[in-house]
Design a protein around this ligand. Sequence first.
Ligand code: PMP
Length: 395
Amino acid sequence: MTPRFAARMARVEPNAIGELLALGADPAIISFGGGYPDPTLFPAEELEAVFSEIIRAPGGLAMQYAPSDGLPRLREQVASLMTADGTPCGAEDVLILQGSQQGLDFAAKMMVNPGDVIVTEDPTFLGARIAFDPSEPAYAAIPMDAEGMRMDILEEVLRETPHARMVYTIPEFQNPTGVTLSVERRRRLIELANAHDLIVLEDTPYRQIRFEGSHLPTLKSMDTEGRVIHLGSFSKVLVPGLRVGWAVASRPLLDKLKLLKVAADTQTSTLNMAAASLFLDRYDLSEHVAKLRAAYRRKKDVMLDAMRRHFPQEVSATDPDGGLFTWATFPDGFDATAFMRDVALPEARVAYVPGGSFFPVTERPNFARFNYSAQSEARIEEGIAALGAALKAHA
Ligand code: PMP
């Protein structure tokens, strides 16, 4: 049988990068490819205690079905975390999601008709495009500089793009570039969204992993007309395997999101919501996050220092104020995909993510994303040294 797929499935296709990264799963390869947190920093003992306690909860509550918008206690706790972070909200403003990834899927389903334009940073998170694509959008990609998305260019593009529906941004320590959106540009983005009747999808999985610089207000806290859908996640501050994230949005948006949640999976796993909730009750999340920050900051410094010593001078890399990634720029004419396939993997035994697929409209070959959180400091030094030697040998 030849399946007669729905039209939207034309946009649901494997990408070449997935195949290339699968090669990086070989333990002999030092991979800077994935966006994985450091597993040695997972609070395993605490989670063991938490899971064993919730399993014994009276009436098997943690093993039972739960409300589709999330366990009430967890919604309260997320609202307190958000409020303490400068975005005042209550439990009723929070929808618990299966990771923030689910919020990307829902936002596109909710707001985007085929052919509508989603505006993104250029480059942007590949997983967001994978979530958006089944809604059959067109993309407009806005160049970035050291302060994030260029608002002057966004303004121009919006003037010529009547079908723009949503702007997607990762304001802190963006994936893949590590760049943070400045406060002035956050203000301008809200003004432009108001003027052009746009939804702003604010994706903040790295927000808490800040190494330095001042804490910036969320777009949600600046939202004057209820246009911002804020997504948060426990993946990077607790463990990604829990698959617990959340959305905070104004009533009309949240009401529809809740219905999409019922349609998609009824609810996030009760066990995992209960575990996140009891962890927050029993332990100090901010103390745990402080440990992560210190460790990732050290790793970031080790990677950038190694790049400076080992890479050819023409290669530059961003120095992020937080998060898990640095973004390397190679000279014009360099093809990061071909180099990974032909040299980095087979000779240097190192993987990274070639940058091309992060560009939604026009791929650019001479960039790569490097993750520094997953490998030990010694492996970072070893991998960057090997890659640097290979880059110089093949220059
Ligand atoms: N947004 C961004 C920018 C990400 O990098 C990721 C994961 N790497 C996600 C969303 C999804 O995170 P999760 O579903 O685990 O919360």
